[in-house]
Design a protein around this ligand. Structure first.
Ligand code: SAM
Length: 233
């Protein structure tokens, strides 16, 4: 992978960047994504944010190497704090982290979302955290993709600002309203695997101590197994 040829996962993320956007790529690491987006005319300007010094240095090096220092500003800092009002960022990408961390990043600096129209989020796990966040923050899902690369399964969630009051039901929150409609082969493989995993956990707990916490966990996982079975049927 490099700035000209992204992984399948990041290519799919990049495809969701509207042409001519001003993007912030938070947790940019090598900065391949903003370099690719600018080189391909999808982004006219990018902020590449990094909180770790190794990836920050490598992002700076990559942007210099690609001769894109006029269009891409690499900034050191936590989450959305690297975005300034004058950047007029309209699209934020956060990819390759857990859903809980992505949600925490969005919640830490809500004022930075004022100029933002689109969020392209790629949680490695816990995508439901993002759907849950969207419900209370005037963002709605406009597209979702699930894909497999190198034997790993990734979900990509695209959200846009809305004045509507959004409510996803339990199935939509856990599995994704768009992914649920399609139920493609990758989706089925992911949820079959999750369901089997939950069943193993339930079985393990049932053989352990009977505590209030364990009973609650069994109820929670049994309900999730029921939801998934209903969908996969
Ligand atoms: N976005 C790239 C991708 O999808 O290939 C890199 C993903 S890498 C696994 C996650 C990166 O996010 C790391 O470089 C890490 O330092 C950075 N990161 C984690 N938490 C962050 C935060 N709160 N603010 C900015 N960057 C963060």
């Amino acid at each position: 992978m490099n700035e000209q040829k992204l992984s399948k996962r990041l290519t799919c993320v990049a495809n969701y960047i509207p042409k001519g956007s001003r993007i912030a790529d938070i947790g940019s690491d090598h900065a391949y994504l903003p370099c690719f987006a600018v080189l391909n005319g999808q982004a006219s300007f990018a902020v590449a944010g990094e909180v770790a010094s190794g990836p920050f240095e490598s992002a700076k090096e990559q942007v210099k190497h690609s001769q894109l220092t006029a269009q891409i500003d690499v900034r050191f800092g936590d989450g959305l704090s690297v975005i300034e009002a004058e950047d007029a960022i309209d699209t934020i990408v956060i990819a390759g982290m857990g859903g809980m961390l992505i949600r925490a990043i969005l919640e830490a600096n809500p004022e930075k979302l004022e100029t933002v129209e689109r969020l392209i989020l790629q949680p490695n796990i816990g995508a439901w955290q993002i759907r849950d966040w969207a419900m209370g923050h005037h963002f709605k899902l406009v597209s979702e993709t699930i894909l497999r690369e190198d034997n790993k399964i990734y979900e990509i969630l695209v959200l846009e600002k809305t004045s509507e009051r959004i409510a996803y039901n339990e199935k939509e929150r856990l599995l994704g309203p768009f992914l649920l409609l399609e139920k493609n082969e990758v989706f089925q493989a992911k949820w079959l695997h999750e369901k089997e995993n939950w069943a193993r956990i339930v079985n393990g707990i049932q053989h352990g101590q009977e505590t209030e916490q364990n009973t609650e966990k069994i109820t929670e996982l049994t309900e999730k197994i029921r939801l998934v079975e209903e969908v996969l049927r």
